[in-house]
Write a protein that binds this ligand. Structure first.
Ligand code: SAH
Ligand code: MG
Length: 199
């Protein structure tokens, strides 16, 4: 049930998640979905629900050790994803449990750094969703690493776009502007999530 996704731990508001679901359904006609930034699988679940309509899969990439803001003493630290025995964030167990709870079988986790995966990745995607690290370095790496791995009718989706720096970090907005300058065109925007297509 779509409403069950709402309750999952994560950073995807429901109305933007529903947009992910719709775009995933539209663009998975052309190829698989790739997501950068799994966390506990909330956005992966919306993408999976859309992709299943075309019998497609979602590859979701995350080292599962959290971004800067998820670390101990940082703003979005959550003790439920802290692995006490290894003294590090590990979101993989809750991700796995969430997929099982929702009966989702078309999400394929890739547990590694985004930059490592993009270097050897071959299959072009119908849609690439960038929601990984929000440092400028990380966002630029994700954009450069993945922008050429979208098939010709496909889409590039970016989360956490804030027009006003007072509302949030500007790294995602920077790669959004870069994409617009490099031949991507805005297809639709829902709040802080943009969907671009290549013209
Ligand atoms: N899409 C998620 C939220 C993602 S939070 C949701 O819907 O809730 C960002 C995630 O990016 C974190 O889980 C972090 O571990 C991951 N991340 C940050 N930098 C990364 C990198 N260089 N490679 C892979 N994953 C990274
Ligand atoms: Mg996000």
């Amino acid at each position: 049930m779509i409403d069950d996704i709402k309750k999952l731990k994560g950073f995807m508001p429901h109305h933007e998640g529903l947009a992910l679901l719709k775009w995933s359904e539209t663009f998975s006609k052309y190829g698989p979905i790739i997501e950068i930034g799994t966390y506990c699988g909330k956005s992966s679940a919306y993408l999976a629900y859309g992709a299943i309509k075309n019998n497609q899969v979602v590859y979701t990439i995350d080292h599962h050790s959290g971004s800067e803001e998820h670390q101990i003493n940082e703003e979005y630290f959550d003790e439920e994803v802290y692995d006490e025995s290894n003294k590090r964030i590990d979101t993989f167990p809750i991700f796995k449990m969430n997929m099982e709870k929702l009966g989702i079988e078309n999400v394929i986790p890739v547990v590694a750094k985004s930059e490592l995966v993009s270097r050897s990745w071959q299959a072009d995607a119908g849609l690439i969703f960038i929601d990984g690290g929000h440092s400028m370095e990380s966002a630029l790496n994700d954009y450069h690493g993945w922008k050429n791995k979208i098939c010709s009718d496909g889409a590039l989706v970016i989360h956490d776009i804030f027009d006003d720096p007072k509302d949030g970090g500007q790294a995602p907005n920077t790669i959004y502007k870069k994409a617009l300058a490099e031949g991507f065109e805005l297809y639709e925007r829902i709040d802080t999530t943009v969907c671009l297509t290549k013209v």
